[in-house]
Design a protein around this ligand. Structure first.
Ligand SMILES: [Zn+2]
Length: 261
């Protein structure tokens, strides 16, 4: 549901979101000029938010579920690690900004017009890659001129997608020529970043967001043995999860994508 905002409201929301992302980083204890080593571990350690990676169903990238005794960020098993990390930071944004439960799709993770989605996306970018961390990394490079190579190096450093890295480089003011942005986006969407990762020998980060195959579903320790665990493992459907948590099946389906059972 989209709400309209005045320029003044948008500016205030932007500033409040930046302050929330900064406060969240400080809560994690990771210096602002460094990337976060394992986002999932850091989030679970620093916030009252448990992370699950499971099959969420067609078209669902993630969701934030809040119940009386448990706050959950659910991430789609089908997504690549770079996407899951951004989704997790986005759900943390909804959580820290007090937006309440909700479901995210690839479209909401790009949405810059809906105030809550735009705020969660801004939060995610600033939480994963704070400006001091971007600047410090750029200073460490021999060549920081705008190019797909630079985008790929930033993407690898922060373990986010090339497109997220390109957006971040624009928002911190490193890339601002519209023609360069169009060129980079066409290269990214044509899949040309893969060749750069190989040429530069950049490897994916092997953190908990990168779990695949038999290691999934990944359930938070706090969730093990709960109805959420049975739901994520496919042992019960949304109707039984709903009964276990005192909700309606329709609410659970809406909240969790209704993928299992
Ligand atoms: Zn969202």
């Amino acid at each position: 549901m989209s709400e309209s905002e005045s320029d003044e409201q948008r500016q205030r929301r932007h500033e409040e979101t930046a302050a929330a992302a900064l406060a969240a980083r400080e809560q994690c204890g990771v210096p602002l000029d460094e990337p976060i080593d394992c986002l999932l571990t850091t989030v679970e350690r620093s916030f009252d938010l448990a992370v699950v990676i499971a099959d969420l169903g067609e078209g669902i990238a993630g969701c934030l579920a809040r119940r009386a005794d448990l706050n959950l960020a659910l991430l789609a098993a089908k997504d690549a690690a770079v996407r899951r990390r951004f989704t997790l930071a986005h759900e943390l944004g909804h959580f820290q900004l007090g937006h309440g439960p909700g479901v995210d799709t690839p479209a909401t993770l790009r949405n810059q017009s809906d105030p809550k989605e735009a705020a969660a996306n801004q939060f995610a970018a600033e939480f994963i890659a704070p400006q001091p961390a971007v600047e410090r990394f750029l200073q460490s490079l021999d060549d920081d001129s705008p190019s797909l190579e630079l985008v790929c190096r930033v993407s690898n450093h922060f373990a986010i997608s090339a497109w997220s890295a390109r957006i971040r480089l624009e928002s911190v003011g490193v890339i601002n020529d519209p023609a360069v942005i169009r060129q980079l986006d066409s290269e990214i969407f044509a899949g040309k970043s893969k060749a750069w990762y190989e040429r530069l020998e950049l490897k994916d980060r092997e953190d908990l967001c990168a779990l695949q195959g038999s290691l999934l579903p990944r359930l938070a320790t706090v969730v093990e043995g709960s109805a959420y665990a049975d739901y994520a493992n496919g042992r019960i459907g949304s109707d039984r999860l709903a009964r276990a948590i005192g909700s309606s099946a329709a609410e659970v389906d809406e909240l969790l994508g209704g993928s299992v059972g």
